[in-house]
Design a protein around this ligand. Sequence first.
Ligand code: SAM
Length: 283
Amino acid sequence: MSKPSEPGLLYIVATPIGNLEDISARAIATLKNVDLIAAEDTRHSARLCRHFGIATPMVSLHSFNEASRAGHVISRLLEGECVALVSDAGTPLISDPGYPLVRQARAEGVKVTPVPGPCAMVAALSVAGIPSDRFAFEGFLPAKGSARRKQLESLQSETRTLIFYESPHRILDFLEDLNVVFGDREVVLGREITKTFETFLNGTPDSLIQRLHEDTDQQRGEFVVVVAGAAESPEEGAGVDVDKLLQALIREMPVKKAAAIVADVTGLGKNELYKRALILKGE
Ligand code: SAM
């Protein structure tokens, strides 16, 4: 057989993160029309395909075989076939497999085209009420406590909104670490987004830990954690000269009380102000 002059297209197709109705008409049409679907978990995606009457053949492409399986998929693309990549939920490559395939496909001159749709971090950010103009997606932090805290420490002065993914069995540990490292930051906890028990809780890490202990159902399901970025600099709190105000107050009262008052006035974090006040006091 002669080699086709044009390789096929690789479609990166987003699928629902809970509510099946969130699939796009274009995603369904693409999954029906391609020659092959590369799926993170073929059994999981088979249920989605059955629901929408999609009968396209599937191969698995998950984090353990993607380096080798990518080669097979690329050769089919180079033979002129069209392939769709899907993950278990949401947008492939976003804390999901697919990067080696996309990288290799582009290097081989295969056209890669997105069929955009659901993504848990975008969904959470869109409703969190925390600045969305600049943000950093951090995905899953390391499972081990010490590595997780180290990574959080490296993000302490990041002024962009931070977005994390977390699993139900680590959410409390994650919030505990967030409390130790970040203190009084504003946090929104998105849980089971687009599903029956969808909730968005907001508060400081400490108050959220209490909420999750009081209502253990709130520890179940899938989580996106949206964390406000660090204040730009202490000088910029609500147009107040923070250092001047802190200095005036610590002459008259204990450092902790001074930090609390300035936090009230400026909306800046109490812990950060406390540390700043200690520096100003020379302690
Ligand atoms: N590719 C997916 C996306 O576009 O969001 C993310 C896949 S990642 C393996 C799975 C993680 O995403 C979950 O552990 C959770 O942190 C987050 N997630 C996925 N669906 C979610 C949902 N419905 N509600 C809250 N978080 C969700």
